[in-house]
Design a protein around this ligand. Structure first.
Ligand SMILES: [Mn+2]
Length: 320
C-alpha cells in the first residue's frame, strides 16, 4: 500500500498544519519547487531539517529534485568522479538522518519544460501545458550524444547504488519531462518503459528504482496500470497526476478529470508496489485566490488531490 505524502517547505508554515489536518504526516522536501534553489546539503543541514519536521510530528520521507548531481555527472565529463563522491557522502548523510528515498533525474541542459502556464481548466482554474512547436530557438550548447548520457547514468548507478544499499536509502529516478527523444536539440534518455528496463538492469537492486511520475507515463502513451505492475517493487516513489495528450502536445488535468483510470492505477499500486512507498500529488491546478506565481505547485489543488488519493486508496483497500 502506498503512503500519501505532500511537498512541504523546509521551514514551517501553514502547509505543515494543513498536511496534519488532512492526516498526512509524510513530507516530501523539494526546495527547487518551493523557491529555494539549494542543491547542496551538509550533514548539519539535513539533521536540522529532519529534526524540525520530527518535532512537528512530520516525517521526511523523500528528498526530491534538490540533490547534488552536477551537469558534469549527467554528461559524463571530466571531474565527475569528485562530484559523485559528494553525492555518495550526501546519500550516507541521508541514511544517518533517516531520509529513506532520494528522487533525482537525468535531464541535462533543459529541465522540466512547459510552454503554457495559464491554460484554463475546470471552473476557470489554471493548469500548465506543453506544445512542442512552441519550444523553439537555438539549441543550448551541450555537445552530448544519447550514448554519452547513457554511459554517464550507468557509471553513476554502478558507483552510487552500493552506497545507497549500505546507507539504507532508495534511489528513485524521475522520467524526463516531457518524455521526448529531445527538447531543443538536447537528447533525453529516460523517456520510455524500455529505458527504465535498461536503468534497472544496469544495477539489480531494490535501491536502484524509479519515481513513477504518472503523467509522464501517460504522455508516453503506455497503459498506466499495467506499467505500474510491470515495474512493481522497483517503484520507490509515486507522483500522482494525469495529462491529456501526448509527449508533443499535452495539458495537465485535474486529478479526477484526465483520461487515465485512476482507480485502476490505485489498485495496481496496492497490488504491485511495496508497502509504504510514498505517493504525492504532482502538478495541481491553480485555484481561486491563488496567484499562479508557481504554476502546478500551489496549495488548494493539493488538498483536493490528497483527499481524492485517500478516497481511491480506501476504495482499492475495500475491493479485495
Ligand atoms: Mn513528476
Amino acid at each position: 500500500m502506498v503512503d500519501p505524502a505532500l511537498i512541504l517547505p523546509p521551514h514551517p508554515d501553514e502547509r505543515w498544519q494543513l498536511a496534519k489536518q488532512l492526516g498526512v504526516t509524510s513530507a516530501v522536501v523539494h526546495p527547487l519547487e518551493i523557491g529555494d534553489g539549494r542543491t547542496e546539503w551538509t550533514y548539519d543541514d539535513l539533521l536540522r531539517l529532519t529534526n524540525w519536521f520530527d518535532d512537528a510530528g512530520l516525517d521526511v520521507r523523500v528528498l526530491e529534485g534538490s540533490v547534488p548531481i552536477t551537469e558534469r555527472v549527467r554528461l559524463g565529463r571530466e571531474g565527475r568522479d569528485a562530484d559523485i563522491e559528494t553525492f555518495k557522502r550526501f546519500l550516507r548523510d541521508c541514511g544517518r538522518v533517516g531520509i529513506p528515498v532520494v528522487c533525482y533525474d537525468w535531464m541535462a541542459g533543459i529541465r522540466w519544460a512547459r510552454t503554457e502556464a495559464h491554460v484554463e481548466s475546470r471552473g476557470g482554474s489554471l493548469v500548465t501545458g506543453y506544445t512542442h512547436d512552441r519550444m523553439r530557438g537555438p539549441s543550448p550548447s551541450l555537445d552530448a550524444s544519447r550514448e554519452d548520457l547513457w554511459e554517464a547514468l550507468e557509471h553513476f548507478l554502478r558507483e552510487v547504488t552500493p552506497v545507497a544499499e549500505e546507507a539504507g536509502v532508495e534511489l528513485a529516478l524521475h522520467p524526463d519531462d516531457p518524455p521526448r527523444e529531445s527538447v531543443r536539440g538536447i537528447p533525453r534518455i529516460v523517456t520510455s518503459p524500455e529505458a527504465y528496463e535498461r536503468v534497472l538492469d544496469c544495477y539489480d537492486s531494490p535501491h536502484n528504482g524509479l519515481t513513477f511520475c504518472q503523467g509522464n507515463f501517460a504522455a508516453m502513451g503506455v497503459d498506466v496500470p499495467s506499467t505500474i505492475r510491470r515495474f512493481g517493487d522497483r517503484i520507490n516513489f509515486v507522483h500522482f497526476r494525469d495529462v491529456e495528450g501526448d509527449a508533443d502536445d499535452f495539458v495537465e488535468t485535474w486529478h479526477d478529470d484526465g483520461p487515465t483510470d485512476m482507480y485502476a492505477a490505485m489498485r495496481a499500486y496496492r497490488e504491485a508496489v511495496d508497502d509504504d512507498v510514498p505517493m504525492r500529488p504532482d502538478h495541481v491546478p491553480t485555484m481561486a485566490g491563488e496567484d499562479n506565481s508557481n504554476p502546478g505547485y500551489h496549495t488548494k489543488g493539493r488538498l483536493f488531490a490528497a483527499g481524492y488519493m485517500r478516497g481511491l486508496l480506501e476504495a482499492a483497500a475495500a475491493d479485495r
